[in-house]
Design a protein around this ligand. Sequence first.
Ligand code: ADP
Ligand code: MG
Length: 249
Amino acid sequence: RKMVGKLTTGCMEFDEMMGGGIETQAITELYGEFGSGKTQLAHQFAVNVQMDREHGGLNGSVIIIDTENTFRPERIAQMVKGLSEKYGMELDPEEFLQNIHVARAYNSNHQILLVDSATDLANELREMGKPVRLLIVDSLMAHFRAEYVGRGTLADRQQKLNKHMHGLLRFGDLFNACVVVTNQVMAKPDAFFGDPTRPVGGHVVGHTATFRLYLRKSKGDKRIIRLVDSPNLPEGEAVIAVTTAGLTD
Ligand code: ADP
Ligand code: MG
């Protein structure tokens, strides 16, 4: 087993809550309502992971499986500019964009297959000296939810999802990479559990995600992030801000 790497979130409180940052060889799940900032965090991680270790990065490249067409190169450029100012360095947004490999997933089967393609690409990039240290799936459940409707399809869905989650875990182990997935919350309070803030995906996602983070909106650009589930860290909350320059304290 390789040593676990830590990727900075760029926010002090958030890093502290995570014991230094998000881990490689683990799945970190970001869940929360629409607009809570899941995709923003994913973009920021895709920038941070390319920084050197001195600046909390992993000198790595990124693969994004984009299921909702929400990846925005311009947003990456803004965040790179933000880091340039934060550290007083001259960072080139184009270079950062070249190390982010985005694939659109058109349905859930395609999404699962893209993890195999990601593995092939990561093998190539490793040989080129650009190891992939971050794999993002944004969003994990959107296609599954749209395709498997009705009670009779649930077992089928969970079986596929289980395969997908284990493919992601394997990728993280194989390449010593962080795996970040975003997830939605239940649309309305569940009659049985009564908790409107539960992520979807049931036990399969719950048991394979290593760290679960619940995002919610606060005043203005502030977001509250709660660490809900972790194998080695206490539960906690951190406040961050989503600004044009990216995530800040
Ligand atoms: P979701 O959880 O649905 O993925 P997003 O990550 O897309 O949510 O968050 C969208 C929110 O992020 C916007 O409502 C806005 O508050 C903030 N945001 C997006 N782009 C910018 C930007 N360029 N500058 C500042 N804030 C932004
Ligand atoms: Mg999103």
